[in-house]
Design a binder for this molecule. Sequence first.
Ligand SMILES: Cc1cc2nc3c(=O)[nH]c(=O)nc-3n(C[C@H](O)[C@H](O)[C@H](O)COP(=O)(O)O)c2cc1C
Length: 356
Amino acid sequence: MMQPQREPLRTKRKNEHLRLALGFADGPGYTGFEDVLLVPEAVPDLAFSAIDLSTRFCGLELPFPILINALTGGTAETARVNARLAHVAKETGLPMAVGSQKAALEEPNLEYTFTIVRRINPKGIILANLSAASTPDEARQAIEMLEAQGLQLHLNAAQELTMPEGDRVFFWSDKIAAITQRVSVPVIAKEVGSGITGKTAQRLLALGVRGLDLGGKGGTNFIAIEEARRGRKSATFLDWGLPTAWSLLDVIAACPEAEVCASGGLRTGLDMAKALALGARLCGVAVPLLKAVVQDGVKAGVALVERWKEELCCALALAGAKNLGELRRVPVVLKGDTWHFAVQRRLTDYLEQRAR
Ligand SMILES: Cc1cc2nc3c(=O)[nH]c(=O)nc-3n(C[C@H](O)[C@H](O)[C@H](O)COP(=O)(O)O)c2cc1C
């Protein structure tokens, strides 16, 4: 009798990640944007219809400051999800990152689970994605596979340590430097839920990284997902990391010119407006779009993106900003633990300068 074939470990993991992410709420813990207030302008002197949301990130001209962030690929099930996300990207004009392409580098017959995104959206902006532990050759292959305009290198030490089969060696700096020297597109270093500090941002920029995707705490929690895969409910490190707004403050104060994508728990156009006011140039969102397209289809994904664009315009109008440059000069007030964080990290000088 033929033995039923065992599902390879990576296939099983990818499908489990998707299914678990669909059932999880954000957190625990918050993003910190609840503590960020944009000072209102009662007399905005602008026309809503003339508000310009365009931005520039890593040399890419983008009509809207929203990125469909890295989610998946590598299995038949995830190819269907990637196809839906690609349709949303095409219809809304958003850039899109794919999930880690490692599976396709090891098994070329899985390339289609990623290239489907380029086939659906031939003119779109697509970011390749690999671990920071990759080689320059792997990076080049991942970029070529998608004709990608940028490469995200994910930093996920907390996730790896939570997975029994995860990596335990994290000498990433030399690998990142080697990749940035040998690929022809901008490289973006991307955390996946623990945030990046200002000091690490400086190191990453010195290694040749062009953009930083903060991947802060308060949104999707990979540690919770990995613990659930092991059948465990509580975990010591569930609350590990910097909330997204704190990471943003830390990075922008240390590197005011850095090209930052804020991500991790951004859920409304107002969250995004706060991140952009604090200095981010782009806002990445992952699981809300995953939930929308898997549970309700492409139309629901498009509707969600259109709602965010509308909310962003409302926030700009109410703050008296006609574009993202003006939004960056809107006064911001911090309260609660986010203010305490800013004081302890000595970020208040930067905040005062910014308000002038
Ligand atoms: C199922 C799933 C798979 C993911 N796969 C990747 C990945 O391969 N590479 C990566 O950089 N980030 C990956 N992420 C992380 C997301 O890009 C994002 O950083 C994280 O979900 C936080 O954003 P959110 O709170 O908007 O969901 C994944 C997230 C989920 C839920």
